[in-house]
Design a protein around this ligand. Sequence first.
Ligand code: SD4
Length: 338
Amino acid sequence: MNSRRQFIKKTIVGAAAVSAVNVIPAVASAQKVVKPIVISTWDFGVAANQAAWQVLNQKGKALDAVEQGVKVAEADLSNPTVGKGGYPDRDGHVTLDACIMDEQGNCGSVAALEHIAHPISVARLVMEKTPHVMLVGEGALQFALENGFQRDNLLIPSSEKAWQEWLKEKQYKPIMNIENKSFNTERLPGNQYNHDTIGMLALDAHGNLSGACTTSGMAFKMRGRVGDSPIIGAGLYIDNEVGGATSTGVGEEVIRTVGSFLVVELMRQGYSPEAACKEAVERIVKKKPETAKEIQVGFLALNKKGEYGSYALQSGFTYAVCDEQKQDLVIKGKHIFK
Ligand code: SD4
């Protein structure tokens, strides 16, 4: 009898302890209100953010938000630097790079992918359906086709025309801040639209971070060239304990400095998003002072608290911010050189 009473007592205490354990986090999380936010590179990030916001505003996942968001830029035929309509390499092939990363550190990537209009969705499938992180070229295309993606011709007439013009002189020189030129006016030949990429970072109502990055890379690049955008740690990095970062600009310098990973690690050490981005661009200047003066690189970062910031080598870098308050904000990034 005695032992039975003790058993009942223990069981009641045990049940109380279990329910206490269950109650405490529920109360704590009810007090913690996370305000969703999405940010992305360049002015064209506004439209992409708005698509991401449709997901975030309904308490959807940051991962879904960033995929839906950057797909807008991929589908925009007037944008010659992302997705279908992107400028080709010097041999006339449009080759796309993209990657995606979620709050659990899962990531997927495709590089030098041809004939598929939405490389970001292929990257997500690599993450979700394969034991790998990255598929490239023919293998990435085969995987996409096997998974129901349609083969498409990504070289649209205006991009082909610009390539034909470029072939006359075959000069390869990255032009800074092509984003500032209007996409809808007649496209200028040569390297006028040499680069720009959409990198997007989102924090959802559950307090989780995800990011995506997608590009056609540097216009008229060498066949087979891959930039920073599909490289986890270079063009994009997410750590759900700390924050996320993404980059745009001349990818070679971002790869050399593992830029986005660096930005996240600096935030882990207590840097603000802006200070972390500044340190990362300064690292590029320190390593290659002469190159740094001639090119553009911009970093964009978002921390776990929803604070954001950016820094670029040159003036002209912009980014778009979208939250409950405002869905079409464009901010000029700070920069090192005048
Ligand atoms: C690349 N980082 O392929 C990309 C291009 C880009 O602004 O972002 N341009 O190197």
